[in-house]
Write a protein that binds this ligand. Structure first.
Ligand code: 13P
Length: 253
């Protein structure tokens, strides 16, 4: 695990202003836990409100458009989320790839847009169960990343990778520890080949998929797992802080 683990909550399409109390509680706790970096990615509608509420934790977006601006009804640009207070954006999430037909090429273009707007990027990758069962998980995930890396110059400063096997998202099923460890090692190997060994030591690789307070400790203890990208369990401060505490080997919540 990285010296300073990174625990990111992805609220997905959840949350109205009533959820600001959870963000505040998470932020208050994070102020006392400097050994772990904590962040939340609320829906677009709450980015500014969460940014105004919190002092310690990072705030990010869950997506952005690839274009700078223009006639794209209903879309939101990287500069817009940055203006609202986001410091990073999650890109290439499987729910975007599947639900919105996002291709590797589109994800790569979005990465370019996000970096140009000064945002850091959490780049998601992950295989379907079918691909895993066919023995092609690693080739598939590394293929997704190769395409996305084409737009990244300064990986060490700007990039985090999140490995989220699709079949483990929201299903209560986590990948086996050996499988997680092997995939994270392969991802770190590719980062080294692409950006050099120094960057490989600096880019954080998060695991995502049914991470909970009860399983976080063993997942986060794996050598190449530098943190977690958390969906369902990030929606309450109690659950999310359980994971944050687990990241620093602390049972107290
Ligand atoms: P769950 O933690 O709900 O499985 O979601 C994981 C995820 O997709 C985070 O981006």
């Amino acid at each position: 695990m990285a010296e300073r683990p990174y625990i990111v909550g992805n609220w997905k399409m959840n949350g109205t202003r009533a959820m600001l109390t959870e963000a505040r509680a998470i932020d208050r706790a994070a102020q006392r836990l400097m050994k772990v970096e904590v962040a939340l990615a609320p829906p677009f509608t709450l980015i500014h409100a969460v940014h105004k509420e919190v002092e310690q934790i990072g705030v990010g977006a869950q997506d952005c458009h690839a274009a700078k601006d223009g006639a794209f009804t209903g879309d939101v640009s990287a500069a817009m989320v940055a203006d609202a207070g986001a410091k990073f954006v999650i890109l290439g999430h499987s729910e975007r790839r599947q639900g919105h037909g996002e291709s590797d090429a589109l994800v790569a273009a979005k990465i370019g847009a996000a970096l140009s707007a000064g945002l850091r990027v959490i780049l998601c990758c992950g295989e379907s169960l079918e691909t895993r069962d066919a023995g092609r998980a690693e080739a598939f995930v590394l293929g997704q990343l190769r395409s996305a890396f084409a737009h990244v110059d300064d990986a060490a400063e700007k990039l985090t990778v999140a490995y989220e096997p699709i079949w483990a998202i929201g299903t209560g099923r986590t990948a086996g520890l050996d499988d997680i460890a092997a995939m994270h090692a392969a991802i770190r190997g590719l980062i080294g080949e692409t950006f050099g060994e120094e960057a490989a030591g600096q880019v954080r690789i998060l695991y995502g998929g049914s991470v909970k307070p009860e399983n976080a400790r063993e997942i986060l203890a794996l050598e190449d797992v530098d943190g977690a990208l958390v969906g369902g369990a990030s929606l309450t401060a109690e659950n999310f802080l359980g994971i944050v505490h687990a990241a620093i080997g602390d049972d107290a919540v």
